[in-house]
Design a protein around this ligand. Structure first.
Ligand code: MGD
Ligand code: MGD
Ligand code: SF4
Ligand code: MO
Length: 799
């Protein structure tokens, strides 16, 4: 992005020296790990490799990091290998005569201007869709530019990984607190009891809860006498650390938690504590839960009534307790209800907004706290998707509906796609259909370091630089962290010849989307700064009220637009210097003098200041939830009785991350395999054996996959990880392709969604399982699914 980054190691230590034994000249530098939500600080070794080039040869945990204190996991330790993957794209690719060929940045952006501009010129903004993938949460560029891209494109067709993930939590928090971003996080370091629902932080390192060394924090909780309960249909590594593992039937959590609520009321255990004055609707919740007794739900959720009562009593009895839910509580049939119940249980037991319970973090770039005020509340469905009429949620339509918006003819059809850091062909339901749809687009651009299952369909691929060449600041994840803290690492290695920073790539895309492709990318940042300052000086509650925007802009420091925007956010943020109003406050310059970060203290209660509901209270029993409870009630009858068809749940492995780390040799192995976990009883019944091949058939297709027989899964439950299926032609990830695995999401047809959030049901859906070669049939107990295509049938590609 700028030449000046060359002076910045982020450490200030610049410890140059000789590499161990290899005679290379090395230096140390700091880099926050971008590979998962734990945000560990790393100390990396940078070695000169000739030609003025440098690369990362080692990485370890930074012991002085104010937050992660030296923790590192195998992915972070292999940061150098990942960063140096020779299969990352070094140059943009542009499709010519059907094939993707290397091109200059100038040619690539000319192709974007022409392709995107052509579709936009027809005058219907609906024709361009935007897909934003998960790594946007882990990059500076992904935090700062997508909002501008959305605005510039003016399209209603926004799709993100959220509707494959945490959207149910946004919806439930939007309804409860009036702000879908107000997500309370558990406080594991001060809790006496932690109830984990559908999360496996020992493998995932935590999510919607940024906590470096989550496993260590769980062990510390137990060591100080606290208790850990894990609700999961699999006996995971987290479950093995627990005092109690409750093997719930997949999708049964809403019933289980509802019954816990019923017990709290029935046994007079409700005590909201200090949050009581801020709650409304408590009695309505009591009425809503009244008929969900432990006896009523036991069969359907697979948990004995005594256990349900014990779970409720333990939660109520604990001095300080937190209920925490993740993917197994969100990407499920009743995702929003389950997410809501997690918070309801915290509120009813006095654990909402208190130390050792769940609290709202306050990050350094958040909006500074305001006096409590009633807000407009949170609504969904302000518009509906064209084909299936799905309601908009947080401005988005379900990722599962992207394919149909492209391949269904009619007015308003999506004809162009901008895909930033996303691989929906593997991460969303029915990748085969999506691939066929992508292949038929008039124009597609991917911002992605790999030519993979999704980007291979693009007309232009714009590769961001290696992470070592990018700055790092956790704009989103600091707002979900178990401790308030702030850390910044500048690029470890300067951009090389022919590389472009991801911020500049996205700023240029914003210009293309605005119809000004030739514009100066730094004008994009300048415009944001100007708008933000204009609003701040006009705001009577701002520390800069009445001051001159140009004067304030002149005070900003930073080497580029990104840094100046960060300086602005820090200075106007809750810990900021307010441009002099609070002289000891944070600024970019001050943060840079703390290379290992600044600790801003433990999380503190924030009620009622965070609330933006119309009533100004925590609205515990919102109407959309009440309506969905009717659906839950109906499911109770359907789910009772012996389990029928096997249901499938996902799993994650510590040495992987979603779809894009299977190309790193060092991360293969160690049990990181795409296999079907089957319980021994099921294996015997179905004729499956260890190492044999199973055929798994779902509504969207079928896969053939090696079997691992294990009693870590419940009978009637099979488990397959996601992010695999790297056997498509025209990709450039040969290590991944050598052992491609299968795409679990091909088993889905894209129609199974949590209705309140539009989130795909990726866990707990019915499948048929049989030995490979056996015909599919009603014998498995499932209604015979509509099989659309085979395992390895590659979709058309124009490559
Ligand atoms: N069955 C099933 N499906 C799932 C899940 C599940 O549990 N089960 N989990 C879901 C969840 S939680 C999520 S978040 C989604 C993720 O879904 P996606 O976001 O679509 O997929 P990812 O594999 O995270 O990777 C996205 C892309 O980002 C690219 N990338 C990596 N680093 C960068 C970078 O620095 N810049 C840019 N521009 N691109 C980069 C990668 O090469 C990859 O192509 O998958 C979902 N899919
Ligand atoms: N190593 C690694 N770390 C990652 C990722 C990765 O792919 N690999 N992905 C990152 C991303 S994008 C995310 S969103 C997070 C996810 O973070 P987590 O949610 O902690 O990750 P998972 O391992 O998917 O854990 C979900 C658990 O829910 C269980 N489950 C499935 N269905 C149900 C159900 O119906 N009820 C209950 N109670 N449990 C159920 C599964 O068995 C699984 O153990 O991890 C992040 N970190
Ligand atoms: S837990 Fe591992 S992958 Fe996640 S941030 Fe820390 S070192 Fe990186
Ligand atoms: Mo995710």
């Amino acid at each position: 992005m700028s030449e000046s980054v060359s002076t910045a190691t982020g450490t200030g230590t610049g410890a140059a020296g000789m590499g161990p034994g290899d005679g290379e000249r090395t230096r140390a530098a700091l880099r926050i790990c971008p590979l998962c939500e734990a945000t560990c600080g790393l100390t990396v070794t940078v070695a000169a490799v000739g030609d003025g080039q440098e690369r990362i040869t080692a990485a370890r945990g930074d012991r002085d990091d104010v937050f992660s204190r030296g923790y590192v996991c195998p992915k972070g330790a292999l940061f150098g290998e990942l960063d140096g993957d020779p299969h990352r794209l070094a140059r943009p690719l542009v499709r010519r005569d059907g094939a993707l060929r290397e091109a200059s940045w100038e040619e690539a952006f000319a192709a974007v201007a022409e392709g995107l501009g052509g579709v936009l010129a027809a005058g219907d903004p609906r024709a361009v869709a935007l897909f934003l993938g998960n790594p946007n949460v882990h990059t500076v560029a992904g935090a700062l530019y997508p909002p501008l891209l959305i605005k510039a494109l003016r399209t209603p067709n926004l799709f993100t990984a959220s509707t494959l993930d945490q959207m149910p939590k946004h919806v439930s928090c939007g309804l409860l607190y009036g702000d879908p971003s107000a997500i309370p996080v558990p406080d594991p370091d001060r809790a006496d009891h932690l109830l984990v629902v559908g999360a496996n932080p020992v493998e995932s390192n935590g999510s919607l809860c940024t906590a470096p060394d989550f496993p260590g924090r769980l062990r510390a909780l137990r060591k100080r006498g606290g208790t850990l309960t894990v609700v999961d249909p699999r006996r995971t590594r987290t479950a093995r650390l627990a005092d109690r593992h409750v093997a719930v039937r997949p999708g049964g959590d809403a019933l289980l938690l509802m019954a816990m609520v019923q017990v709290l009321f029935a046994e007079d255990l409700v005590d909201p504590g200090a949050a009581a004055p801020h709650l409304s609707g408590v009695e309505d919740v009591a009425r809503l839960a009244a008929d969900f007794t432990p006896e009523a739900v036991a069969d359907a959720c697979g948990v004995e009534p005594d256990v349900v009562r014990a779970l409720a009593r333990e939660l109520a009895a604990a001095e300080r307790a937190a209920v925490y839910g993740r993917i197994g509580s969100t990407a499920v049939e009743f995702g929003t209800l389950t997410s809501w119940l997690v918070d309801v249980l915290n509120a009813l037991t006095g654990n909402l907004d208190r130390a050792g319970g769940v609290l709202f973090p306050l990050s350094a770039t958040a909006r500074a706290p305001r006096p409590p005020a009633a807000g407009r509340g949170f609504v969904t469905g302000r518009r509906h998707s064209r084909v299936s009429g799905y309601p908009e949620v947080k401005g988005e339509f379900p990722a599962a509906a992207l394919a149909e918006e492209i391949d269904t003819p009619g007015e308003g059809r999506v004809r162009a796609l901008v895909c930033v850091a996303g691989n929906p062909v593997l991460s969303a339901p029915n990748g085969d259909r999506l691939e066929r749809a992508l292949a038929g687009l008039d124009f597609m651009v991917s911002v992605d370091p790999y030519l993979n299952e999704t980007s291979r369909h693009a007309h232009v691929v714009l590769p961001p630089p290696r992470p070592s060449r990018s700055p790092h600041f956790d704009f989103s994840l600091n707002g979900l962290a178990v401790r308030n803290q702030v850390r910044l690492t500048r690029p470890v290695i300067p951009l090389g010849e022919g590389e472009m920073g991801e911020g500049e790539i996205l700023a240029r895309l914003v210009l293309c989307a605005s119809g000004a492709p030739g514009g100066d990318p730094s004008s994009v940042d300048a415009a944001v700064i100007e708008r933000t300052l204009a609003a701040a000086v006009a705001d009577s509650r701002s520390p800069v009220h009445g001051r001159e925007p140009a004067e304030l802009a002149g005070l900003l420091t930073g080497e580029d637009g990104v840094e100046r925007r960060l300086d602005l956010m820090l200075r106007l943020g809750p810990y900021g210097d307010g441009f002099g109003a609070n002289p000891d406050g944070l600024t970019l310059a001050r943060l840079l003098t703390h290379p290992h970060g600044v600790d801003l203290g433990p999380l503190r209660p924030r009620l009622p200041e965070v609330l933006r509901t119309p009533s100004g209270t925590v609205e515990l029993c919102p109407e959309p939830i009440v309506a969905d409870v009717s659906r839950l009630r109906r499911s109770l009858a359907e789910r009772r009785g012996p389990a029928g068809a096997p249901v499938l749940v996902g799993r994650r492995h510590l040495r992987s991350n979603n779809s894009w780390m299977h190309n790193i040799p060092g991360l293969r192995g160690g049990g990181n395999r795409c296999t079907l976990h089957v319980h021994p009883d099921d294996a015997a019944r179905l004729g499956l054996f260890e190492g044999g091949l199973a055929r798994v058939v779902g509504a969207g297709g079928e896969v053939e996959v090696p079997v691992e027989v294990t009693d870590a899964v419940l009978p009637g439950v099979v488990s397959l990880p996601h992010g695999w299926g790297h056997d498509r032609p025209g990709t450039r990830t040969p290590v991944a392709a050598a052992d491609p695995g299968v795409n679990v999401n091909q088993l889905l047809d894209g129609r199974l969604l949590d209705p309140l959030s539009g989130t795909a049901v990726l866990n707990g859906f019915p499948v048929e399982v049989m030995p490979a070669g056996a015909p599919a049939g009603p014998s498995g107990g499932a209604a015979r699914p509509h099989v659309t295509h085979g395992t390895r049938r590659p979709a058309d590609t124009s490559n």
